[in-house]
Design a protein around this ligand. Structure first.
Ligand SMILES: [Ca+2]
Ligand SMILES: [Ca+2]
Length: 202
């Protein structure tokens, strides 16, 4: 009996220690507007802020208390749906927060994302954990469409991508990943965006 009680006490102690100051992805939040962002492996694509999709982040512990001082470099974004294959350039360095979390546990992500490939939604990662929501703690998927001249996601914009782009250019069938400004048409505007990033890589 004593052993059981002391085990329970030890567990409570561990739980108590773990509760404070440890990031809880489900108690944390990530929000943004909806939009379309062109990314390039070279990191010279659209700024999230310029496209109206600045990501607001709040980091809390298991008790719902804010955690200050989480470094900017501990944040990055990933494709909500791995099947759409957005590929990050430099991994976590591809998309950091603007600053460490403040006393309210808050920071933002406003800059560019160094990446290739295509995505129809982004999740925010903090220290390797995807920020979650709801009672079932499911990953937050922000309504941000990612398009890149690096269409095959090998982190270089070259002739392979040009062939893919050409394959989606009228009169060929529309392919959303080649619609770099998400205006439901593939035309000279998209071609111009492609040309701007030709030969770019990480
Ligand atoms: Ca490529
Ligand atoms: Ca377009």
């Amino acid at each position: 009996m004593f052993k059981v009680l002391s085990l329970a006490a030890a567990l409570l102690l561990v739980a108590g220690v773990a509760f404070g100051g440890i990031i809880d992805p489900c108690q944390s939040t990530a929000t943004s507007g909806s939009g379309c962002v062109l990314v390039c492996p070279a990191g010279d694509g659209d700024q999230l802020s310029a496209k109206g999709v600045t990501i607001s982040i709040e980091i809390n512990d298991g008790a719902g208390d804010p955690i200050a001082g989480v470094p900017a470099t501990d944040f990055w974004v990933v494709d909500c749906d791995p099947a759409l294959d957005m590929v990050l350039c430099g991994g976590s360095a591809s998309s950091n927060a603007t600053a460490a979390t403040d006393e309210n546990g808050q920071t933002t992500m406003e800059g560019d994302i160094a990446a290739g490939g295509c995505a129809d939604g982004l999740s925010v990662v903090v220290q390797g954990f995807v920020i979650e929501e709801g009672v079932s703690c499911t990953p937050v998927c922000l309504d941000i469409d990612i398009r890149s001249p690096d269409m095959n996601g090998d982190l270089a914009v070259n002739l392979l991508d040009f062939a893919l782009f050409g394959g989606a250019y009228p009169p060929n069938a529309y392919a959303k990943c080649a619609d770099f400004n998400c205006d439901a048409a593939i035309n000279l505007q998209d071609f111009s965006a492609f040309g701007l990033h030709y030969n770019h890589d990480c």
